[in-house]
Design a protein. Structure first.
Length: 367
């Protein structure tokens, strides 16, 4: 076999392994949701088929699957909104079926009405889709349990879905922790790259920091969504309620990280501009490096409560020295201005540790 053929075979093998690894991770990440959905479907089917004697409880199964889904956003409110749209569509469809019968033109009328009503009351387009799909099913199959029997199936499925959300939670706190580690790693690494840019007068290190920070905003939003979901589920789940204090601490860190991304982006951009003269700035570099250390310790505190206070200690020490005369005696104005950009960043991170904002600002030496 030629060298090119061997290289292509090796590339295909690497791609295949990567796809298998990614697929395995997706399956493992979705296993709690899959278990939750399967249990909910079995319970909803058993109630409607065995207790209510509905021979074909199609909606009991489809409504449960549709309302829970495999989405990251498993908040009870989202599930309830989806269920409301589904029950609305089923009830409207059954009502029209009793009045005008079933057929193609009846189906068209029902879908038009359901879409119009749903879009009038809800801003989320998925609400209208969730209402329209089961309404079409109702118009296409015979009613299993007399008038509004399918609506009853949908209501039961919805109640089961909400109950399972509380009793068999997906533990979205794991997703929130994973998202938190991702964004704090980006912040810490970006601070280290910015420090390297200043210490070595290396524009490439500054560009690396900026490229990392450009992808930080989607990571912040992913963490925000997963954290909101975790808090919403923990509030109603007896098994996860004990995690609420930890999740609320994470909310505080999230807001600090969101602000830190914006401030650090400005610092990295300014640093890249400064070092174009080829002069290292070790004083500013050490301050930025300390910020990166504080961010890293802040993440470690959430993983290991025994380290609580380490990040605050490091950041307090930096805040008290953040003055050009202290860190940069005889510095030029551009260097001093860059150092001053770190002051609001340090305050935001101290607030993320739980310190009141006024107390954090008082630590800064007057300018």
């Amino acid at each position: 076999m030629s060298a090119d053929g061997e290289l292509r075979r090796l590339e295909r093998r690497v791609v295949l392994r990567a796809r298998l690894r990614d697929g395995g991770r997706r399956v493992l990440g979705s296993l709690p949701a899959i278990l939750q959905i399967v249990v909910a479907v079995v319970v909803a089917y058993s109630i409607t088929h065995w207790l209510l004697a509905h021979p074909l409880p199609v909606l009991a199964v489809t409504v449960t699957i549709t309302s829970l889904g495999l989405t990251r956003d498993a908040r009870p409110r989202r599930v309830a909104e989806s269920l409301l749209g589904i029950v609305l569509g089923v009830a409207v469809s059954e009502g029209f079926g009793l009045l005008i019968g079933r057929g193609v033109w009846q189906l068209a009328i029902v879908l038009a009405v359901v879409f119009v009503v749903s879009r009038f009351f809800a801003t989320n387009p998925q609400f209208a889709v969730a209402a329209a799909v089961p309404s079409a099913i109702v118009m296409l199959i015979p009613p299993p349990g007399g008038p509004f029997g399918m609506t009853l199936d949908a209501v039961i499925a919805g109640a089961v879905a909400l109950l399972v959300t509380a009793l068999i939670p997906r533990d979205p706190g794991r997703a929130a922790a994973r998202d938190r580690r991702a964004i704090l790693a980006v912040l810490s690494e970006s601070a280290e790259s910015t420090a390297a840019c200043l210490r070595e007068a290396d524009e490439a290190a500054g560009e690396l920091a900026l490229s990392r920070l450009r992808r930080a905003s989607p990571l912040v939003e992913a963490w925000r969504q997963s954290l909101d979901t975790a808090i919403a589920v923990a509030r109603i789940s007896p098994f996860l309620r004990s995690r609420l204090p930890e999740l609320r601490r994470s909310t505080r860190v999230l807001e600090a990280a969101d602000l830190a991304v914006r401030h650090l982006r400005s610092v990295a951009r300014r640093s890249q501009y400064l070092v174009r003269d080829g002069i290292p700035r070790p004083g500013v570099a050490d301050a930025v490096g300390t910020i990166g250390e504080g961010v890293r310790l802040l993440g470690e505190e959430l993983d290991d409560p025994s380290t609580a206070g380490a990040a605050r200690s490091v950041l307090i020490g930096l805040a008290r020295r953040l003055h050009p005369e202290t860190l940069l005696p005889d510095a030029r104005l551009p260097d001093a201005a860059t150092l001053l950009l770190l002051r609001p960043l340090v305050v935001d991170l101290l607030v993320g540790t739980g310190m009141p904002a006024d107390e954090a600002r008082d630590l800064l030496p007057p300018v």
